[in-house]
Design a protein around this ligand. Structure first.
Ligand code: DGT
Ligand code: CA
Ligand code: CA
Ligand code: ZN
Length: 626
């Protein structure tokens, strides 16, 4: 369960943050901490119960009652509070009498004894097996009954012995799938979402900075470079008195294990599995240590080579004339002689300051070198800033599987300081997400028009749709419907296992449709959970550029595709991007920040980010596309 516990509370709401296609068992102690449980969380508990009952081999009617109850609750149009307050829960189709009490209890207290007891009655190893893609309650029960499998290790051994392939209802293919699921799970468990890691790092950083002995404290490593996933946290502190800082660090609440407690270096592991390193250095070394431990390794190698070529050796301790002590003053161009900041270190080596996001050893030194002389400032990337964002696209409302209304989302957009908000609910093929058919799209367009004209919305709302790209590449809605919207986002939500050729042709066909404005989450990856589907992204990028289609940066911290590694080249070739939080509630809008990090890592110039345009500029882009 490591990865689940890991997800910060704001994105804990799993499948709702991700879209229905990621429905997946989420059983965690976190559930118990909620008071006044939200509808989405109750749906998850009911779904969990159905799976657990399956695993126990209970009566199918009972199982179906929970599954049906979950579905009925999920598609409930009215607010759950109201339905409960008016005593209408029992009258809702699909919610049996046995469920009414349980739903009310969950809603009121966030707890359900029946659920807790059920979970506790099952071996934890079996519950863990449910995390492997493709294994539901029924299959886990079969594996347990037939092979006595009760842990992931045992399942792996059974697969390797060919016992699973021989089982009725499994076969060689599903054995392979289970094995790759187990391998992925092990790799995923080693890393953590950036968003979740940041939530852990922030209070630690605040705690360190509040210590009287601490002069400066920063989080370095991949967290500072804003990588999409983080292996461990790296804190660097400047202090003359390391001992009390170390003691505070290893004594923090939540520390499960102290792996090292040294004079200047300590390492801890939190209950969630995330580890953190702390290094305390004398203030004069801080800039060097911060730079070194920010990395990346590849960036450091390039920096060291540059220093060597100039007759210096660079390390976390400082910069020395080869064979001598640390550079203090004299021939150096530094005003005050000392290097006390990263900017000065870069300048000393003839570089503009390289932002941490760009320090991935992908040629950044060349990009930031010439500019110091002032003759080629063009070559220094201008990275996107949060203050340049004027609105965001691709957000869901209660019209499909969002948790908040159109009006609430617009109000929240205003609170972010934006001028506009793009709505893009699901289309009908995403039936589990209550996707809209053509008629409902027209109603939504009308509702958005009315809201804009009423003057009640503080931001302008653009009407859009997240329209499914069907397996053959055709679109889920009529061309006339798509044309009536301000803009469209086309996404794949089904048939993920198509061959690379078929998937690539499918997506390109959608890109070539005249009504397509944006391509949504182009790889379907769920970080640390699901691999991208097979697709030739270079061909997709070519098609998008040729057709002036925007590729989104899906800013949901679980997705973050298209990947930043592809953006640098694609942006140079003129590809436009939009930062799309894919928010399923008002809190989800804040994820745009993770999208900014990807745009920065991808060095996408602000002119190529649609969100930097004002309302009229965005409207013009949409209009010119038609
Ligand atoms: P992570 O934790 O796997 O997400 O990635 P990082 O980049 O945070 O790596 P980590 O925590 O192993 O080390 C932090 C930084 O320390 C790393 O980015 C660069 C520096 N560093 C660590 N080991 C080496 C090394 O062997 N050579 C060089 N040049 N730098 C290193
Ligand atoms: Ca690290
Ligand atoms: Ca580390
Ligand atoms: Zn989607």
């Amino acid at each position: 369960m490591t990865e689940i516990c890991w997800v910060a509370p704001r994105i804990q709401d799993s499948k709702y943050a991700l879209g229905f296609e990621h429905a997946r068992l989420v059983i965690g102690p976190d559930m118990r901490h909620f008071k006044l449980m939200k509808k989405a969380e109750i749906v998850e508990v009911l779904e969990d119960i159905a799976v657990l009952l399956e695993l126990k081999g209970e009566n199918p009617f009972k199982i179906r009652a929970y599954a049906a109850g979950a579905r009925a609750l999920d598609t409930l149009e009215d607010a759950l509070e109201d339905v409960i307050a008016e005593g209408r829960l029992a009258s809702i189709k699909g919610i049996g009498s046995a469920l009414v009490d349980k739903i009310e209890t969950l809603h009121r207290t966030g707890e359900l004894e029946y659920y807790t007891k059920l979970r506790d009655s099952i071996a934890p190893g079996l519950i863990e097996l449910l995390e492997i893609p493709g294994l539901g309650g029924k299959k886990v029960k079969k594996l347990h009954d037939a092979l006595g499998v009760e842990s992931i290790d045992a399942l792996k051994a059974a697969c390797e012995a060919g016992e699973v392939a021989a089982l009725k209802g499994f076969g060689r293919k599903s054995e392979e799938k289970i094995l790759s699921g187990i391998a992925n799970r092990a790799a995923y468990a080693k890393r953590h979402l950036w968003w979740a890691a940041r939530a852990v790092a922030e209070p630690i950083l605040e705690g360190l900075r509040a210590l009287p002995e601490v002069e400066r404290a920063e989080a370095a490593g991949s967290l500072r470079r804003r990588k999409e996933t983080v292996g461990d946290l790296d804190f660097i502190v400047a202090s003359e008195e390391p001992a009390p800082v170390m003691d505070w660090f290893v004594g923090q609440s939540g520390v499960a294990e102290v792996s090292a407690h040294g004079a200047t270096k300590s390492s801890v592991r939190f209950e969630s599995g995330l580890q953190a390193d702390l290094r305390v250095v004398p203030p004069a070394q801080f800039a060097f240590a911060l730079h070194h431990f920010t990395g990346s390794k590849e960036h450091n190698v390039a920096m060291r080579q540059r220093a060597l070529a100039r007759g210096y050796s660079l390390s976390e301790w400082g910069i020395f004339k080869t064979g001598e002590r640390r550079v203090q003053d004299g021939e150096q161009s530094l005003q005050d002689g000392e290097i006390t900041s990263e900017a000065q270190l870069f300048e000393f080596l003839g570089l503009q300051e390289i932002p941490p996001e760009m320090r991935e050893g992908m040629g950044e030194l060349e990009l930031y070198a010439a500019a110091v002389k002032g003759d080629d400032l063009k070559s220094v990337p201008r990275l996107l800033e949060a203050s340049q964002i004027r609105g965001v696209f691709h957000n869901h409302t209660t019209a499909s599987d969002g948790q908040d209304t159109l009006e609430a989302m617009a109000t929240a957009a205003k609170a972010h300081g934006w001028n506009y908000l793009g709505i893009a609910d699901h289309s009908k093929a995403s039936y589990q997400a209550k996707g809209l058919d053509d008629a409902r799209v027209f109603k939504l367009i009308e509702a958005i028009r009315a809201l804009n004209e009423s003057g009640k919305s503080a931001v302008h709302v653009f009407s859009g749709i997240e329209c499914d790209i069907l397996p053959d590449g055709s679109l889920d809605l009529e061309a006339a419907t798509l044309e009536a919207l301000d803009y469209t986002v086309m996404s794949v939500h089904s048939s993920f296992t198509q061959s690379e050729d078929v998937m690539t042709a499918r997506v390109i066909r959608a890109i070539e449709h005249p009504a397509t404005v944006m391509l949504g989450h182009p790889t379907g990856r769920i970080l640390l959970r699901r691999e991208p589907y097979k697709i030739d992204l270079q061909k997709v990028i070519d098609a998008a550029i040729a057709n002036r289609v925007i590729i989104e940066i899906n800013a949901n911290p679980h997705r973050l595709d298209m990947d930043w590694r592809l953006w640098r080249r694609a942006a140079e070739r003129g590809l436009m991007c939009a930062i799309n939080p894919d928010a399923h509630d008002v809190a989800g809008l804040a994820h745009y920040e993770a999208g900014i990090h990807i745009a920065r890592k991808g060095a996408i110039p602000p002119e190529q980010v649609l969100n930097c345009r004002d309302c009229a500029g965005v409207a013009r882009w949409f209009e010119e596309r038609k």
